[in-house]
Ligand binder design. Structure first.
Ligand code: ATP
Length: 500
């Protein structure tokens, strides 16, 4: 908190060197963004370096300030939870207290680890050919993206100035001002974007004053960025300026022109870039961020198992724990329901007599539930969810919402929870056993998240609602949102029928 030694004289737009925010003393600005200025800074006693992003709403018009409020909230929320070697670390978020300058009171300052340059600086300094450490940079970006998507957020503004680099080889994604949390299959953001990195559908996917944001937008941006990294800055779509290039992007997406990548790019990298630059969301979504990271890792020649540090609290860890806990047994089959009546005490006997839960599915449902130690994740709950999601139809689909199969998984979301329920070596969201085990893993994780957040009432309702939205939605609303109430009521009705 800042009361002294900041002087009482009027402050210029750029805060003067020596200005103190909390325990941090500002030095020169490192760079300017649309909403704020980033300063080099040092801790006043420990002399550690940092970068401090000051978002000065006092310099904005009332309209800008209003637009800024929501974005700022998202940037702060995501920054505080980002915990990955390839996401810039936010040390603290401060609210300026400066009695000598009341207009600054309450201004937000994000104190981050300081990088030595951005990828933009590196591209500007490179004349042709791949930038130095191109592979490591692309690997870092793809792993950072995979983590963001696994947490069900979309970066939304991936571009060279938002990729930070350190002299020691650090690669950090930064600037979470447009980072948005998914609610279902997509998020919404303000219609702001950097033309050179937005996907073709961005121009048409506007919902009122908001634009639709999907994880595939980050994949597109990665494709553009990878092309630039591999060529020393060449944008894959020709044009003298951003507007001309964006017209060429749209002409490509409409099928009028073909994609022409720089021939100097190695064939295998070019194939990956082309996949990222598929012309529409539907064809691009097959390449999820975890797949992308795997492919980049392989192309970079980095062996399996190389991770900077463990992902504390990540979904991956919970899933691994759960699958180890799965009792062994015969691999469940995908076939239709045709088995004889169950023996008493068998998995197939877990449901009330006359229940419509298909007999063939009962063992996998029971086994999937047994893999979770949370008492709410029962065979009855899984069956109730499957009933409401698909009516137990293995081929169900809602293409409009990008949801498929018995558990109505969205393909890229399934990837974060993917399970090989029938142990056939393939993790497939259209395979009922895989989809059901993944559903149990996800519900198990949601259950733990809610309990950790102090939410203990109506857990089954929150689990059903969380499956339809996200952990964050339920935690933020402290329970089932009204709009999801009809869905939750239906699941709970089935649950009562399936509970013995
Ligand atoms: N932690 C950091 N360490 C070093 N430089 C940083 C850090 N964070 C941001 N920068 C640099 O500061 C500049 C401004 O960053 P900021 O995130 O405010 O905006 P931007 O991404 O350049 O633009 P916009 O806000 O319009 O998207 C950028 O050049 C960025 O590379």
């Amino acid at each position: 908190m800042t009361d002294t030694p900041n002087e009482g004289a009027p402050l210029p737009a750029v805060l003067p060197a020596g200005y103190r925010i909390g325990e941090w003393e500002l030095d020169e600005p490192i760079g300017y963004g649309s909403w704020g200025c980033v300063y080099a800074a040092e801790h006043i006693t420990e002399r550690t370096r940092a970068a401090v992003k000051v978002l000065r709403t006092d310099l904005m018009s009332p309209g800008q300030r209003e637009a800024m409020a929501g974005l700022l909230d998202r940037e702060v929320r995501f920054s505080l939870q980002a915990d990955h070697p390839h996401l810039v670390r936010t040390r603290e978020v401060l609210s300026i207290r400066d009695t000598a300058h009341p207009s600054l009171e309450g201004t937000t300052a994000l104190v981050m680890d300081r990088a030595d340059r951005s990828l933009r600086d590196l591209l500007d300094a490179t004349e042709g050919g791949p930038v130095a450490d191109a592979r490591a940079i692309l690997l870092g970006i793809s792993e950072g993206l995979a983590d963001i998507h696994a947490r069900r957020w979309v970066h939304g503004d991936l571009k060279p100035s938002n990729v930070l680099l350190t002299d020691t080889g650090g690669v950090w994604l930064a600037d979470f001002g447009l980072t948005a949390e998914l609610d279902g299959t997509h998020a919404y953001g303000p219609p702001i974007g950097t033309f050179d990195y937005v996907p073709p559908e961005w121009w048409t996917d506007q919902a009122g004053v908001r634009s639709v944001l999907r994880p595939t937008a980050d994949i597109w941006a990665f494709g553009i960025l990878a092309h630039q990294v591999l060529t020393g800055g060449v944008h894959p779509f020709p044009g003298a300026d951003e507007r001309a290039r964006s017209l060429n992007v749209r002409s490509y997406a409409s099928g009028s022109t073909a994609l022409r990548l720089d021939p100097a790019i190695h064939e295998e990298w070019a194939r990956l870039v082309a996949e990222c630059l598929r012309p529409d969301h539907a064809s691009r979504r097959r390449l999820t961020a975890p797949d992308l990271a795997r492919r980049v890792r392989r192309l970079s020649g980095v062996g399996r198992g190389r991770r900077g540090r463990a992902l504390a609290g990540s979904a991956t860890l919970v899933l691994a724990t759960m699958l180890i806990a799965l009792p062994s047994g015969d691999a469940p089959s995908n076939e239709a329901d045709s088995s004889p009546a169950p023996a008493p005490g068998s998995p197939a006997d877990a449901f009330p007599a006359g229940s419509d839960v298909p007999r063939k599915l009962r063992p996998v449902i029971v086994r999937a539930a047994a893999g979770c130690t949370e008492k709410e994740v029962t065979p009855a709950l899984l069956a109730a969810m499957l009933k409401e999601e698909s009516g137990f139809d293995a081929n169900a689909s809602r293409p409009k919402d990008d949801e498929y199969g018995i558990a109505m998984w969205t393909p890229w979301v399934f990837n974060s929870w993917a399970a090989d329920g029938n142990r056939d070596g393939v993790k497939d969201y259209m395979s009922p056993p895989d989809a059901i085990v993944a559903m149990a893993s996800y519900l198990c994780w949601l259950d733990q998240r809610f309990k950790q957040s102090g939410l203990h009432k109506d857990l089954t309702g929150m689990l059903a609602a969380g499956y339809r939205s996200s952990d964050k939605t339920i935690i933020n609303e402290r329970g089932v949102p009204e709009r999801l109430r009809p869905y939750v009521t239906a699941v709970q009705r089935h649950l009562a029928q399936y509970t013995k």
